[in-house]
Design a protein around this ligand. Sequence first.
Ligand SMILES: *[C@@H]1O[C@H](CO)[C@@H](O)[C@H](O)[C@H]1NC(C)=O
Ligand SMILES: *[C@@H]1O[C@H](CO)[C@@H](O)[C@H](O)[C@H]1NC(C)=O
Ligand SMILES: [Ca+2]
Ligand SMILES: [Ca+2]
Length: 210
Amino acid sequence: MLLSVLSLWCSSLLVSVSGAGAPEEEMKMEVLHKPFICHRKSKNGDLLLLHHEAYFENGTLLLSSRTIGDKQPVWFTLGIREGIKGWDLGLRDMCAGEQRKLVIPPSLAYGEEGKGKIPPKTTLTFKIELVEIRNGPRSHESFQEMDLNDDWRLSKQEVKEYLKKEFERHGHPPNDTLHEEMANDIFTREDKNKDGFISSREFTYKHDEL
Ligand SMILES: *[C@@H]1O[C@H](CO)[C@@H](O)[C@H](O)[C@H]1NC(C)=O
Ligand SMILES: *[C@@H]1O[C@H](CO)[C@@H](O)[C@H](O)[C@H]1NC(C)=O
Ligand SMILES: [Ca+2]
Ligand SMILES: [Ca+2]
């Protein structure tokens, strides 16, 4: 009883949120498999390693990451419009090991024009398997890891420390001259207001893509 009331409430909410007119423009998401254990759920800024298959509405397979290129899953950064809008919306709060089906209308995919083999106004169905989630380079967690004195801004020294650690983690000997050069380069690009620090805001927002 409670459940049916809840789902009724949710679906009416959905309709009111999606707004006037075009209910056919809504994306449909279905969970095909939910793993038993879920340590964390995907959020914007995360790096997602995933397999994907895309189908046309008539059921024809458009492409599959399992058969193209090196047949490996691909990395995708969530929430920065790296791919189509439908992916940014449909791959949130997802667990590693989870499988989803997304039916994505053209407005959230390749639109009125289409692209390559995708005709104009195409609804695409994706089957996505999320293999792994990692902190994106622009994530809150990465910032906190770099901000050694917790003052919510990164000094050049903190950036150099981070570069040194990253080098060691990947088996390269640290190189002060090189880290200094890299840090200078990073500050030239990222320290927008030239106050000598990269603020959490300067760090988090990708400047061109949003
Ligand atoms: C299915 O639709 C796509 C896109 O419109 C088209 O390229 C493909 O030939 C169709 N396949 C069949 C079997 O009709
Ligand atoms: C350190 O980096 C500098 C600048 O890139 C380079 O010229 C130098 O050869 C490097 N030193 C070592 C020991 O790798
Ligand atoms: Ca700091
Ligand atoms: Ca700054």
